[in-house]
Design a protein around this ligand. Structure first.
Ligand code: HAM
Length: 414
């Protein structure tokens, strides 16, 4: 037997139906705000991620699937969706469309992490990006879209942790202070972070090593170094969130593990996922597109880990959105099969799920399959029924059975 690759998995029925339903609600919610789908390739040039996420980040340094193609080009499986969106902005017609641009994506991402519950090497993200606006209203809309989507799935008590990581100007003095703080305590850092001290001390703040956690918690916070413009942006964003009744908590230690962020950053966490596993991450990236060689187009967005989202979906959502067979049609013999097809079609037109028993192995096996599928009703169609223009309906839970004229039945189902 050949197993699936470590850290990857198959999403199989019937649970795949919950994935479909979740994605349908994402599409419906996002498009109601004017966000339309962008599908970018899974393969990109390695350089895209090196230049956007940053060479010293965990993702680029340790977690990327990188390989050479047959012509020796350095390619990577995308570890996230924002850099590809920025790349697509620059290399397609998007840049000439009316701004701001409202985009969303759903698809697989790849990171070579240690697999565990909620952490996979192939995982799925549901993300949205708003390109072309710098003002706090854009931050407000983005967070509203996120919260409304989660509410539409039935979540009630999720918390947004928010912070500002400032801009290059704020970071100048901050990085000096941060470096000084960690240098004085270098012996308590992991080997990677010792390396980061010179290269990019900011990245120490999102190191996942146990050893570095206590030092990180007491490190100086960027929030004391924000320049007046960044400070104003953050305050106005928070005010807007209050007006929109979007619940948030300021977390001064929140920095995020990707280099492209400026100003607002946020995460959504859930107790059920544990401290290391955020449900969603996002933030503003005012320099990403210009750093990739484009014009100064600011952006903000988020990505939800779909695997994690599905693991903690409210019970009620699962119950209401699991696949259910409304009618299972059983022809008593093969002679009635095509008739069953017609009736099933009429039922589907009314918006119900109807499956026809195709094996032609008689009533007993048909009813057995109906109960294995947990069908709500079976419809038994034999020679008699066809002659008299009736259907025999059996309610599976109670065993109650009745024979009704076809027309009456079809008019009656709602
Ligand atoms: P990120 O925080 O790296 O941000 O990932 C977003 C979410 O993807 C995480 O909160 C988590 O739920 C999920 N995720 C990440 N790695 C894994 C994994 N190995 N297994 C399962 N789920 C995982 C980004 O990717 C940014 N592009 C978000 C963004 C969009 N920022 C601006 N726009």
């Amino acid at each position: 037997m050949i197993n699936s690759v470590k850290g990857t998995r198959d999403i199989i029925p019937p649970f795949s139906y919950i994935w479909n339903r979740t994605e349908e609600i994402a599409i419906k919610t996002f498009s109601s705000y004017g966000y339309l789908e962008i599908r970018t390739p899974i393969l990109e040039h390695l350089e895209l991620f090196q230049r956007s996420i940053g060479e010293d980040t965990e993702i680029v340094n340790k977690e990327m699937y990188v390989f050479k193609d047959r012509k020796g080009r350095d390619l990577a499986l995308r570890p996230e969706g924002t850099a590809p969106v920025a790349r697509a902005y620059l290399s397609t017609e998007l840049k000439n469309q009316l701004h701001p641009l409202r985009l969303f994506y759903i698809g697989p991402m790849f990171r070579y992490e240690r697999p565990q519950k909620g952490r996979y090497r192939q995982f799925y993200q549901i993300g949205a990006e708003l390109l072309g606006l710098e003002n706090p209203e854009a931050d407000g809309e983005m967070l509203e879209v996120l919260i409304v989507f989660l509410k539409n799935l039935g979540f009630k008590e999720l918390e947004i942790l928010i912070n500002s990581v400032g801009c290059d100007l704020c970071r100048k003095d901050y990085v000096v202070e941060l470096k000084d703080y960690f240098e004085k305590r270098a012996s308590q850092l992991c080997e990677n972070c010792k390396d980061r001290l010179d290269k990019n001390p900011l990245r120490i703040l999102d190191c996942k090593e146990e050893k570095c956690q206590p030092l990180k918690e007491k490190a100086p916070s960027i929030s004391n170094f924000l320049c007046p413009d960044c400070k104003r942006h953050f305050e106005e964003t928070l005010k807007l969130l209050e007006k929109l009744s979007i619940p948030f908590n300021i977390n001064k230690n929140l920095v995020r593990g990707l280099d492209y962020y400026t100003r607002t950053v946020f995460e959504v966490v859930s107790k059920e996922l544990g401290a290391q596993n955020a449900l969603c991450g996002g933030g503003r990236y005012n320099k990403l597109i210009s750093d990739l060689g484009g014009p100064p187009v600011p952006g903000i967005g988020f990505a939800i880990g779909e695997d994690r989202l599905i693991e903690i979906l409210p019970e009620k959502f699962i119950e209401e959105n699991s696949f259910k067979v409304d009618y299972f049609l059983i022809p008593v013999s093969q002679n009635e099969t095509s008739f069953c097809f017609h009736i099933a079609q009429a039922i589907r037109k009314k918006g119900f799920v109807a499956i026809t028993f195709l094996e032609g192995k008689g009533l007993k096996k048909g009813l057995k399959d109906a109960s294995s599928l947990k069908a709500k009703n079976s419809i038994i169609i034999g020679e008699e029924e066809i002659k008299s223009g009736t259907l025999t309906i059996k309610e599976m839970a109670t065993g109650f059975q009745k024979t009704v004229p076809i027309q009456e039945f079809l008019e009656g189902i709602k």
